[in-house]
Design a protein around this ligand. Structure first.
Ligand code: COA
Length: 173
Protein backbone atom coordinates (compact mmCIF):
# COMPACT_ATOMS: atom_id res chain seq x y z
CA UNK A 1 0.00 0.00 0.00
CA UNK A 2 1.29 3.39 -0.95
CA UNK A 3 -0.11 6.89 -0.29
CA UNK A 4 0.24 9.90 -2.56
CA UNK A 5 -1.56 13.22 -3.17
CA UNK A 6 -4.58 13.17 -5.47
CA UNK A 7 -3.65 13.65 -9.13
CA UNK A 8 -5.71 14.76 -12.13
CA UNK A 9 -7.67 11.72 -13.26
CA UNK A 10 -8.28 10.36 -9.74
CA UNK A 11 -11.64 12.10 -9.21
CA UNK A 12 -13.86 9.37 -10.69
CA UNK A 13 -12.23 6.60 -8.61
CA UNK A 14 -12.39 8.74 -5.45
CA UNK A 15 -16.10 9.37 -6.08
CA UNK A 16 -16.86 5.65 -6.54
CA UNK A 17 -14.79 4.63 -3.52
CA UNK A 18 -16.43 7.19 -1.23
CA UNK A 19 -19.92 6.18 -2.36
CA UNK A 20 -19.14 2.50 -1.74
CA UNK A 21 -17.43 3.01 1.64
CA UNK A 22 -20.25 5.13 3.06
CA UNK A 23 -23.06 2.98 1.63
CA UNK A 24 -23.01 0.78 4.73
CA UNK A 25 -22.28 3.50 7.28
CA UNK A 26 -25.17 4.11 9.68
CA UNK A 27 -24.40 7.81 10.21
CA UNK A 28 -24.12 8.58 6.47
CA UNK A 29 -26.62 10.53 4.39
CA UNK A 30 -25.07 9.18 1.18
CA UNK A 31 -23.76 12.55 -0.04
CA UNK A 32 -20.12 12.33 1.07
CA UNK A 33 -18.86 11.76 -2.49
CA UNK A 34 -20.61 14.96 -3.62
CA UNK A 35 -19.00 16.97 -0.81
CA UNK A 36 -15.59 16.04 -2.23
CA UNK A 37 -16.62 17.22 -5.71
CA UNK A 38 -17.86 20.54 -4.32
CA UNK A 39 -14.71 21.03 -2.27
CA UNK A 40 -12.58 20.42 -5.37
CA UNK A 41 -14.67 22.81 -7.47
CA UNK A 42 -14.46 25.49 -4.78
CA UNK A 43 -10.68 25.13 -4.44
CA UNK A 44 -11.11 24.02 -0.83
CA UNK A 45 -9.63 20.54 -1.07
CA UNK A 46 -6.58 21.64 0.89
CA UNK A 47 -5.20 18.12 1.23
CA UNK A 48 -6.47 15.10 -0.70
CA UNK A 49 -4.55 11.83 -0.38
CA UNK A 50 -5.19 8.48 -2.00
CA UNK A 51 -4.04 5.04 -0.86
CA UNK A 52 -3.07 2.73 -3.72
CA UNK A 53 -2.79 -1.02 -3.83
CA UNK A 54 -1.68 -2.55 -7.14
CA UNK A 55 -2.42 0.81 -8.79
CA UNK A 56 -6.05 0.77 -7.56
CA UNK A 57 -7.33 3.56 -5.32
CA UNK A 58 -8.44 1.74 -2.16
CA UNK A 59 -8.51 4.66 0.28
CA UNK A 60 -8.97 8.41 0.29
CA UNK A 61 -8.91 11.27 2.77
CA UNK A 62 -9.86 14.92 2.37
CA UNK A 63 -9.05 17.95 4.51
CA UNK A 64 -10.57 21.40 4.01
CA UNK A 65 -10.20 24.73 5.83
CA UNK A 66 -12.67 25.51 8.59
CA UNK A 67 -13.46 28.92 10.01
CA UNK A 68 -13.89 29.69 13.69
CA UNK A 69 -16.22 32.32 15.12
CA UNK A 70 -13.95 33.48 17.88
CA UNK A 71 -14.48 35.21 21.19
CA UNK A 72 -13.77 38.92 21.01
CA UNK A 73 -11.24 38.55 23.83
CA UNK A 74 -9.23 36.00 21.89
CA UNK A 75 -5.53 36.57 21.38
CA UNK A 76 -4.92 37.83 17.82
CA UNK A 77 -2.22 35.21 17.18
CA UNK A 78 -4.81 32.49 17.73
CA UNK A 79 -7.36 34.27 15.58
CA UNK A 80 -4.94 33.97 12.66
CA UNK A 81 -4.18 30.29 13.11
CA UNK A 82 -5.22 27.94 10.33
CA UNK A 83 -7.45 25.03 11.24
CA UNK A 84 -8.71 22.28 8.98
CA UNK A 85 -11.51 19.72 9.00
CA UNK A 86 -10.75 16.04 8.39
CA UNK A 87 -13.14 14.16 6.13
CA UNK A 88 -14.58 12.48 4.34
CA UNK A 89 -12.24 9.50 4.80
CA UNK A 90 -12.95 6.20 3.07
CA UNK A 91 -11.43 2.76 2.72
CA UNK A 92 -12.84 0.20 0.32
CA UNK A 93 -15.02 -2.18 2.38
CA UNK A 94 -13.03 -5.35 1.63
CA UNK A 95 -9.85 -3.75 2.98
CA UNK A 96 -11.21 -1.99 6.06
CA UNK A 97 -9.58 -2.81 9.37
CA UNK A 98 -6.08 -3.26 7.92
CA UNK A 99 -4.60 0.08 8.84
CA UNK A 100 -5.23 1.99 5.59
CA UNK A 101 -7.53 4.57 7.19
CA UNK A 102 -5.09 5.09 10.03
CA UNK A 103 -2.19 5.55 7.62
CA UNK A 104 -4.18 8.15 5.63
CA UNK A 105 -5.08 10.04 8.80
CA UNK A 106 -1.50 10.09 10.08
CA UNK A 107 -0.01 11.13 6.74
CA UNK A 108 -2.68 13.80 6.25
CA UNK A 109 -2.23 15.23 9.73
CA UNK A 110 1.52 15.28 9.18
CA UNK A 111 1.01 17.26 5.95
CA UNK A 112 -1.25 19.75 7.76
CA UNK A 113 1.43 20.30 10.38
CA UNK A 114 4.56 20.47 8.24
CA UNK A 115 3.25 21.46 4.79
CA UNK A 116 0.36 23.77 5.64
CA UNK A 117 1.57 25.02 9.05
CA UNK A 118 -1.90 24.35 10.43
CA UNK A 119 -2.80 25.26 13.98
CA UNK A 120 -4.95 22.17 14.35
CA UNK A 121 -7.59 19.90 12.92
CA UNK A 122 -11.19 19.05 13.76
CA UNK A 123 -13.22 15.95 12.96
CA UNK A 124 -16.79 14.78 13.27
CA UNK A 125 -17.03 11.05 13.83
CA UNK A 126 -16.64 8.03 16.07
CA UNK A 127 -14.77 8.97 19.29
CA UNK A 128 -13.49 5.38 19.66
CA UNK A 129 -11.81 5.66 16.26
CA UNK A 130 -10.50 9.24 16.16
CA UNK A 131 -9.37 9.11 19.79
CA UNK A 132 -6.63 6.75 18.59
CA UNK A 133 -5.19 9.62 16.57
CA UNK A 134 -5.09 12.23 19.31
CA UNK A 135 -8.50 13.81 18.68
CA UNK A 136 -10.69 14.66 21.68
CA UNK A 137 -13.71 16.87 22.37
CA UNK A 138 -12.97 20.39 23.58
CA UNK A 139 -15.19 22.47 25.84
CA UNK A 140 -14.11 25.68 24.05
CA UNK A 141 -13.93 24.80 20.35
CA UNK A 142 -17.32 23.42 19.43
CA UNK A 143 -19.70 22.46 16.63
CA UNK A 144 -23.35 22.93 17.55
CA UNK A 145 -24.75 20.68 14.79
CA UNK A 146 -23.65 17.40 16.40
CA UNK A 147 -23.58 15.83 19.88
CA UNK A 148 -20.50 17.14 21.72
CA UNK A 149 -18.81 13.73 22.05
CA UNK A 150 -18.71 13.25 18.25
CA UNK A 151 -16.94 16.53 17.49
CA UNK A 152 -13.24 16.32 18.29
CA UNK A 153 -10.21 18.50 17.85
CA UNK A 154 -6.45 18.15 17.82
CA UNK A 155 -4.25 21.20 18.35
CA UNK A 156 -0.78 21.01 16.83
CA UNK A 157 0.81 23.75 18.92
CA UNK A 158 -1.11 23.45 22.18
CA UNK A 159 -3.23 26.56 21.52
CA UNK A 160 -6.98 26.00 21.22
CA UNK A 161 -9.08 28.86 19.86
CA UNK A 162 -12.38 29.50 21.63
CA UNK A 163 -15.35 29.54 19.31
CA UNK A 164 -17.72 27.76 16.99
CA UNK A 165 -16.40 25.83 13.98
CA UNK A 166 -17.89 26.25 10.51
CA UNK A 167 -17.15 23.79 7.74
CA UNK A 168 -16.89 24.97 4.14
CA UNK A 169 -20.19 25.55 2.31
CA UNK A 170 -19.46 22.36 0.33
CA UNK A 171 -20.67 20.41 3.38
CA UNK A 172 -24.05 22.13 3.31
CA UNK A 173 -24.27 22.69 7.09
C1 COA B 1 -13.51 4.68 9.03
C2 COA B 1 -12.55 4.05 8.03
C3 COA B 1 -12.00 5.12 7.09
C4 COA B 1 -11.37 3.45 8.83
O1 COA B 1 -10.43 2.91 7.93
P1 COA B 1 -9.78 1.49 8.24
O2 COA B 1 -8.69 1.28 7.26
O3 COA B 1 -10.87 0.48 8.29
O4 COA B 1 -9.22 1.73 9.72
P2 COA B 1 -7.87 1.17 10.32
O5 COA B 1 -7.70 -0.27 9.93
O6 COA B 1 -6.76 2.08 9.98
O7 COA B 1 -8.18 1.27 11.87
C5 COA B 1 -7.31 1.93 12.76
C6 COA B 1 -7.73 1.55 14.15
O8 COA B 1 -9.09 1.91 14.42
C7 COA B 1 -9.86 0.77 14.73
N1 COA B 1 -11.16 0.97 14.13
C8 COA B 1 -11.50 0.89 12.83
N2 COA B 1 -12.79 1.23 12.66
C9 COA B 1 -13.27 1.53 13.91
C10 COA B 1 -14.52 1.93 14.41
N3 COA B 1 -15.59 2.11 13.61
N4 COA B 1 -14.64 2.16 15.75
C11 COA B 1 -13.59 2.00 16.56
N5 COA B 1 -12.37 1.62 16.15
C12 COA B 1 -12.22 1.38 14.84
C13 COA B 1 -9.09 -0.39 14.19
O9 COA B 1 -9.34 -1.57 14.94
C14 COA B 1 -7.66 0.07 14.41
O10 COA B 1 -7.29 -0.05 15.76
P3 COA B 1 -5.84 -0.60 16.16
O11 COA B 1 -4.87 0.30 15.45
O12 COA B 1 -5.82 -0.46 17.64
O13 COA B 1 -5.82 -1.99 15.64
C15 COA B 1 -13.20 2.92 7.20
O14 COA B 1 -13.67 1.93 8.09
C16 COA B 1 -14.35 3.39 6.32
O15 COA B 1 -14.14 3.73 5.16
N6 COA B 1 -15.58 3.38 6.86
C17 COA B 1 -16.77 3.78 6.09
C18 COA B 1 -16.79 5.29 5.88
C19 COA B 1 -16.71 6.05 7.19
O16 COA B 1 -17.45 5.75 8.12
N7 COA B 1 -15.79 7.04 7.25
C20 COA B 1 -15.57 7.84 8.46
C21 COA B 1 -16.66 8.83 8.70
S1 COA B 1 -16.46 9.66 10.24
Amino acid sequence: MHIRPEQPGDATAIHALTQLAFAGAAHSDGTEQDIIIRLRERGKLACSLVALQSNDIVGHIAFSPVTIDQDQDQDQSQANSHWYGLGPVSVTPALQGHGIGGALIMQGVNHLQTGLQAGGCVVLGDPAYYGKFGFAPSPVLTFPHAPAEYFMIRSFDGAIPTGIVHYDAAFGV
